[in-house]
Each structure stands twice: as structure tokens, then as C-alpha cells.
Write a protein that binds this ligand. Structure first.
Ligand code: NAI
Ligand code: MG
Length: 357
């Protein structure tokens, strides 16, 4: 029996609801499979801990996680704590020291879900967005001086290193190469940002030479929003900076039907540290505690985690159950225009997993 050690960090708001639902589903899946087990340890890191102790996680939090094979994360954020404190206090405090530099965000229109784009039936929209996850606009460089004075100044400096850009480009080209269309779009803004983004473009062209079978093109980020909306079928794999991909992947999720179905993996591709899997949505205080959070994003996230752990058949069974469930509009939560609850969807997932040979 293979055992994988999982660190579960549900965090705040609906993060707790969707991670609980996913662990329940994973438990059924593992017993159904019979060849692997998940040894799950729960961490109560998040805003409640911050309010009690002044820190979202212990000072050696990221190091504690090194002992695990993977991390399943919910979301962090609360209405009464500034978002930059929560994000830097927990999510980035894990991703950055563990060097999870490749953030992978698949998007497609799942069966039964309608894209808000009237010309999209489903198969035309099938993308993977690769987000640079360690530097760029979120490198954390900058500061404030002269607080409160008329000459107050605040800076956020984007950092693009040759090593950082090259590794994400190689990752993106390899991923594009592994997909049937072998098509990569490199997103940039090198007309206006004439240093970091020009280096980004230059390295893309250099790396492209090692992947002659991958067709690639370049898009300015503003025009990219138009292409995603009007010509979704012209895109396949997409690579963008930390900030650009953050924004484009919310758009991608909405175009695929809802942010409530969008998964992500924060990968350390060399596997020197554990990777972290999470839905792309946040803690959604507007629906917290109502029992209507869509757990599908986290189920799909869990399937990505199983795939990363080498449990391919279980990952495929989980995705098959997801597609069976989304295909039934009676099992759609309110974000998809339905009336189902988190519990209804979770129960249906469990039945779908139990029912399949
Ligand atoms: P959000 O993703 O939490 O919510 C945006 C909208 O989408 C809300 O109307 C929410 O109800 C809806 N929504 C999100 N996930 C859903 C789901 N699974 N099912 C149904 N509806 C869903 O983004 P928002 O409102 O900008 O941020 C709320 C908090 O979450 C903030 O504190 C923010 O900083 C934090 N956040 C944390 C993230 C993380 O931990 N990775 C990512 C994004 C935001
Ligand atoms: Mg985001």
C-alpha cells in the first residue's frame, strides 16, 4: 500500500467548506481504489490564528511542510483583516520559500456547464494557463516612505531574473509540447514595460529554439483579454507573469462558467519541495457558512494532486466523477445558476465514485 502524506490547510471562509468536502471525497476514493492511502494532517493556519497569536502560521511553517508529499490548501482572507496581510502571511509565505514557481491553471468547459460566451459549446475552450509564481510583480520588493506626509511615496518593483523567466518558459514549452495541439501563447506587455518584459520576450524566443515542434506566438496582455473572449479556440497553453496570469485566469474561469470550478497547482517541478494544490477562488465571505460554496474547483484540484502523486487511475476516476456531477444541472450550485448545496454535490460525487468500476 502506498501512503502519501498530505498537509491540509483549509484556511478561511469557504476554504474550510470546500477542503472538508474534498477530503471526504478523497477518503472514499482511496478506499475504493485500495492501493493507496492518504495520511492527512490538518493545520489550523489562517486568520483566526493570526487574531489570536499575531501570525497566520508558525515562523517555521514552510519548513514544517517540507515533510509532506503535497499540500491541499483552501483560501485565506477575512473581511476585517487587510488582504495584503493575509496573502503574504500565509499563501505567499508557503509558495515562495518552497519555490513553487510554476502555477498551473487548467480551464475548460465541463460537461453540463455553459460558458457565458454564446459561440462556445464547450470543446473550443480548453486552455492551461502557466503563471510565473515566484517573482515578477509579486516579488515583494518595494516600500513606503514619508508616511502621511504630502511627499509620501509607495513603490512595488517587478523583478524579472534570467533564471526565473527561463525556468517558467521551459516549463511552459514542455507543457505545450505534451498537449495535442503543441501551441503556446506567451503573454507580455513589452510595448510599455521596456525592461523586464523585453527580457521575458527575449528569453521566450531563446527557449523556443529548443522546442521546434511547438508553435508559439506572443500577445500583449490587454489584447489577450479580447482574444480569450472572441477567439477562445485559437489558444491552448498560455504563459504569463505572476500578475498578468492572476488576472487572466480569473477571466478564464468566468469564461468557463464560474470561478467555483477553477483549480490550480503550485508546482515545484523538480520535486525538491512539496507542491501545493488549491482552488483559484478566495474565501468568499459573501457566501461563507451558507453551505452553497461550489466544491468542484477543489475536487478538480484534488485530482491534479493525485496525478502529481502518481495516482493516475484515481485521478482519472475523480475527474470522471466531477464530469458526471457537473453534467446534471440539478447538481449545480448557485454560482452556476442552480440550487444545489455543497452537501448535495459532495454526496453525488461519492455516489459517482462508488458506482464506477
Ligand atoms: P473570491 O474568489 O473569494 O470571491 C469572488 C466571488 O466569487 C464572490 O462573489 C464569491 O461568492 C464567488 N465564489 C468564489 N468561489 C466560489 C465557490 N467555490 N462557489 C461559489 N461562489 C464562489 O474573491 P474576493 O471576493 O476577491 O476575495 C475574498 C477574499 O479571499 C479576500 O480576502 C481575498 O484576498 C481572498 N483571496 C484569497 C485567495 C487565496 O487564498 N488563494 C485567492 C483570491 C482571493
Ligand atoms: Mg487570483
Amino acid at each position: 500500500m502506498r501512503t502519501h502524506k498530505i498537509a491540509a490547510i483549509p484556511g478561511d471562509g469557504i476554504g474550510v467548506e470546500v477542503v472538508d468536502a474534498s477530503l471526504e471525497v478523497l477518503d472514499v476514493l482511496a478506499s475504493r481504489d485500495g492501493s493507496f492511502a492518504l495520511d492527512v494532517e490538518h493545520f489550523d493556519w489562517g486568520t483566526d490564528r493570526y487574531k489570536k497569536t499575531g501570525a497566520f502560521m508558525p515562523a517555521d511553517g514552510a519548513d514544517q511542510l517540507r515533510a509532506f508529499d503535497a499540500i491541499l490548501f483552501g483560501a485565506v482572507g477575512a473581511p476585517d483583516v487587510a488582504d495584503h496581510l493575509t496573502l503574504w502571511g500565509l499563501r505567499l509565505a508557503i509558495c515562495q520559500p518552497l519555490d513553487q514557481y510554476a502555477n498551473v491553471r487548467p480551464t475548460r468547459v465541463l460537461p453540463g456547464i455553459r460558458s457565458p460566451l454564446r459561440h462556445v459549446e464547450g470543446p473550443e475552450l480548453d486552455w492551461v494557463i502557466v503563471r510565473e509564481n515566484s517573482e515578477g510583480e509579486y516579488a515583494g520588493q518595494g516600500g513606503r516612505s514619508h508616511p502621511g506626509l504630502p511627499l509620501e511615496i509607495a513603490t512595488d518593483v517587478s523583478i524579472f531574473t534570467r533564471a526565473g523567466v527561463e525556468r517558467i518558459m521551459r516549463f511552459a514549452f514542455r507543457l505545450a509540447q505534451s498537449r495535442p495541439r503543441k501551441l503556446l501563447t506567451v503573454v507580455t506587455k513589452s510595448n510599455a514595460q521596456r525592461h523586464g518584459m523585453v527580457l521575458w520576450d527575449q528569453i521566450a524566443a531563446e527557449v523556443a529554439r529548443d522546442f521546434p515542434d511547438v508553435t508559439w506566438d506572443k500577445m500583449l496582455v490587454d489584447a489577450m483579454t479580447v482574444r480569450m473572449t472572441l477567439k477562445p479556440g485559437s489558444l491552448d497553453t498560455i504563459v504569463a507573469t505572476n500578475l498578468h496570469a492572476d488576472i487572466l485566469s480569473d477571466l478564464a474561469a468566468a469564461l468557463a462558467g464560474s470561478i467555483g470550478v477553477a483549480p490550480t497547482a503550485n508546482l515545484n517541478p523538480e520535486r525538491e519541495t512539496p507542491s501545493m494544490f488549491e482552488p483559484i477562488h478566495g474565501s468568499a465571505f459573501d457566501i461563507t457558512g451558507k453551505g452553497i460554496a461550489n466544491p468542484v474547483a477543489t475536487f478538480w484540484t484534488a485530482a491534479m494532486m493525485l496525478d502529481h502523486l502518481g495516482e493516475k487511475p484515481a485521478s482519472e476516476r475523480l475527474m470522471h466523477a466531477v464530469e458526471t456531477v457537473t453534467a446534471d444541472p440539478a447538481l449545480h450550485t448557485p454560482d452556476l445558476g442552480g440550487k444545489a448545496t455543497t452537501r448535495d454535490v459532495t454526496d453525488a460525487m461519492i455516489s459517482a465514485i462508488r458506482g464506477r468500476n
